[in-house]
Design a protein around this ligand. Structure first.
Ligand code: HEM
Length: 755
């Protein structure tokens, strides 16, 4: 036998083991969302010319339309880069893009190097202005299906029963820059573009049903107050600073929106778990010309859930992209986010009020107990944009994009918005032709007589872009009602004097704030108190804190005194009578049960321990539309199990629930191990980072489950036996119980409340 035979056998065995590991890892990658490309890369740089990689399965694209709204019949692929070779912008193939053209190896660089100048010039202009507000966002494509339940109140065709309409949604925060963290305390934007065949409908909504201001002329004021201070440009993406509280404590109509921000609504768990609100009252008109006043609501299938404040802060550092990752991963793994669109329908009376609530005042809600939300359709998000800039960054919404059957009201906030959006987009998108960008192209034929301008993609024909004309045969023609024309509802405008003033009913700044407070459960009240205490505690000026405490006193004395205690200031007496309110349970997030689709399940395993049941558990988690993440001391494989997180890369805030399948001893990189090497006398028998995971999950009121040696790890954390901590004989039994507890999102009993 030759001497190299045993070595060869060992080599082959090693290769086999590596191949098995690779294929198991690949299988895991196919199931665990987040792979960057559509196929795993090779270690060596590929050199054999071939065309662009296919898109990932979750990637979507705006339907391919021409700039004037016709179906183009081209594939979405034709918009992507073409061919196997690197070219100039004009398609000439290049043999080098790593060296500029120089006079000799030592230069200088030659001005004639067109490729160099083209590459650098384009790069120099890659950035466009970010949105002045809502700069940070994430988008997704999907479908809306009408239920037909709105046909009595509106002639909008996309709401007809079974009618399907493509949509693009962009979620956002308001205050932060484009690169800011997702989980900051802020209002979230929830803007939906419905590509209806009667023209685009944009429902440019927020996750909070009221706004800071009643009149759009105050928008620059509230935004200047919320943005970082103009001298130091701090703080980024947050309201915990003097200028914000200075403004809202003086401009008390902002108090209603502010209490929503201070509640758990200001830190959503996920975009998939947010409500959306059109805020303003809109007017619907049916085929007979009868009108009603409505408020739009999006209701998430997964319920409304939030992060805890500590989770939100930790995520700001550990995973600033938490919300966009969650959205993309859910879509990639097939847990498609869904919302029902609903309307609250109120009679259209001359006063435009309902039960004393002024429907033109955007700082007021209509409680759902007074007017229930009626579902009128369902939206499913099922594709992730293929290119963030092309779609999510270039999408342009406008509250004036309305199909026949939906009209605006005289809400003075809405009226200003009608002006603002196009105005800002002219600069942001570099000219007047941004409706021709693929994501903005309507799915209805466009014949608008606007012409030319920067980046004109349409090739208009004819010679008479004016009306009336005879040279183009009179085209385009005016449509009548029978041709589906958009008809402005002929609302009567009250005879009035020209004034700069609000109706007297807008003066009530507190009763609905009190209604919101009164509708919260004790644990939600506790969170609100802590949020105000934190935010005001971050203000420098005592006068501002005192002024906001006065506003809190006018909302509720308990709220005021609890926050005052935290600030170390006296609690003032109310200066206004406190409104007698009937709580609206619909405003609370606590109490319901919801499907756990798309939730993350962390599973701690011990490579030296018993792994029985873990494989079946992973399968069961996938089948329940959730994502299992195995956490082990090291990466790679543990037997045939692929590890997704290690003790050094995994943190509790990534999971919704923690399962312990083992009690891993401190790994070599665990700090106590180092301490014991340095002579420390005692160290725990479980890795301290596992204890940290358990402690954090417990503190954040997450469900924890353990079996086998996992129960020992629980014992060392001191959490065993407490509410929401499940132990059992097998992984299967524990997971069954854990799933039931997950339906209420958190183990609410674990939060201490003093309110
Ligand atoms: C008069 C008051 C308001 C003004 C002047 C205003 C203005 C703006 C502006 C200039 C943008 C950036 C648009 C862009 O660059 O494309 C924007 C974005 C946005 N606004 Fe407003 N806004 C107002 C009130 C509201 C209200 C009440 C809501 C919610 C109901 C809202 C929801 C949004 C959303 C969701 C976006 C982000 C759209 C996107 O994702 O591209 N805004 N707003």
């Amino acid at each position: 036998m030759s001497a190299d035979k045993p070595a060869k056998a060992v080599e082959e065995t090693v290769e086999k083991v590596v191949d098995t590991a690779k294929s198991a890892l690949q299988q895991a990658a196919d199931l665990i969302p987040g792979a960057p490309g559509s196929a795993p890369p090779t270690v060596e740089e590929p050199t054999e010319p071939k065309g662009p990689m296919p898109p990932k399965k979750e990637h979507g694209h705006p339907e391919t339309r021409t700039p004037t709204g016709a179906k183009s019949g081209t594939s979405a692929k034709s918009f992507a880069q073409q061919g196997a070779f690197l070219t100039t912008a004009n398609g000439a193939r290049l043999r080098d893009s790593d060296h500029s053209l120089k006079a000799g190896e030592r230069g200088p660089t030659l001005l004639q190097d067109h490729h160099l100048r083209e590459k650098i010039t384009h790069f120099d202009h890659e950035r466009i202005p970010e949105r002045v507000v809502h700069a940070r966002g994430a988008g997704a494509h999907g479908t809306f299906e009408g239920y037909g339940t709105a046909s009595e109140v509106t002639l909008a065709g996309f709401l007809e029963k079974g009618k399907k309409t493509d949509v693009f949604v962009r979620f956002s925060t308001v205050l932060g820059n484009r690169g800011s963290a997702d989980t900051v305390r802020d209002t979230r934007g929830f803007a939906t573009k419905f590509y209806t065949d009667e023209g685009t409908f944009d429902l440019v909504a927020n996750n909070i049903p009221v706004f800071f201001i009643q009149d759009g002329i105050k928008f620059p004021d509230v935004i200047h107050a919320g943005k970082p201070h103009p001298d130091r440009e701090i703080p980024q993406a947050q309201s915990a600073h003097d200028t914000f509280w200075d403004f809202v404590s003086l401009h008390t109509e902002a108090q209603h929106h502010t209490i929503w921000n201070m509640s758990d609504r200001g830190i959503p768990r996920s975009y998939r778990m947010m409500e959306g609100f059109g805020v303003h009252t809109f007017r619907l008109v049916n085929a007979e010309g009868t009108t009603v006043l409505v408020k739009f609501h999006w209701k998430p299938k997964l319920g409304v859930h939030s992060l805890t404040w500590e989770e939100a802060q930790m995520l700001g550092g550990l995973d600033p992209d938490f919300h966009r990752r969650d959205l993309y991963d859910a879509i990639e793994s097939g847990a498609f986010p869904e919302w029902e669109l609903g309307i609250q329908v109120m009679p259209d009376n001359p006063e435009e009020t309902f039960e004393g609530i002024d429907l033109l005042d955007p700082t007021k809600i209509v409680p759902e107990e007074l007017v229930p939300v009626q579902p009128i359709g369902k939206m499913t998000l099922n594709k992730v944009p293929s290119n963030f800039f092309a779609e999510t960054e270039q999408v342009a919404f406008h509250v004036g994009h309305l199909p026949p059957g939906i009209d605006v009201t005289n809400d003075p906030l809405l009226q200003t918005r009608l002006f603002s959006y196009v105005d800002t987009q002219l600069t942001r998108l570099g000219g007047p032709n941004f409706t021709q960008i693929p994501v903005n192209r309507p799915h209805a034929p466009v014949n608008d007589m606007t012409r030319d301008g920067f980046h004109q993609h349409a090739e208009h024909t004819g010679v008479a872009p004016y009306k009336p004309n005879s040279l183009d045969g009179g085209c385009p023609f005016f449509a009548g009602a029978e041709d589906g024309a958009y008809l402005d509802v002929p609302v009567k405008v009250a005879e009035a004097r020209k004034v700069r003033a609000n109706p007297a009913s807008f003066d009530d700044h507190y009763s609905q704030v009190r209604l919101f407070w009164a509708s919260m459960t004790p644990v939600e009240k506790e969170h609100i108190i802590r949020a105000y205490t934190f935010e005001l505690g971050k203000c420098y000026e005592q006068a501002i804190k005192e002024r906001q405490l006065q506003a809190l006193a006018n909302i509720d004395p308990v709220l005021c005194s609890e926050v005052a205690t935290g600030l170390g200031l006296p609690a003032p007496e109310p200066t206004l009578p406190l409104a007698d309110v009937t709580p609206s349970p619909a405003l609370s997030q606590v109490g319901g049960e919801w499907p756990p689709d798309g939730r993350m399940v962390g599973i701690v395993i011990d490579p030296a321990g018993d792994l029985s049941g873990v494989r079946e558990l992973r399968e069961a988690i996938f089948s329940a539309d959730m994502v299992p993440l195995l956490i082990a001391p090291h990466g790679g494989m543990v037997e045939d199990l692929p590890v997704q997180r290690t003790f050094s890369t995994g943190r509790s805030v990534e999971y919704d629930v923690l399962l312990l399948a083992g009690c891993p001893a401190p790994a070599p990189d665990a700090i106590p191990a180092r301490e014991s090497e340095a002579g420390a006398s005692s160290s725990p028998t479980v890795d301290p980072r596992v204890l940290l995971l358990i402690e954090e999950c417990w503190r954040h009121a997450k469900v924890i489950g353990a079996w086998g040696e996992g129960v020992t790890a629980l014992g060392q954390s001191g959490t065993d036996g407490s509410v929401g901590v499940v132990t059992g004989e097998s992984a299967e039994a524990v997971f069954a119980e854990v799933q039931q507890l997950m339906a209420s999102h958190r183990v609410w009993e674990r939060f201490p409340t003093t309110v």
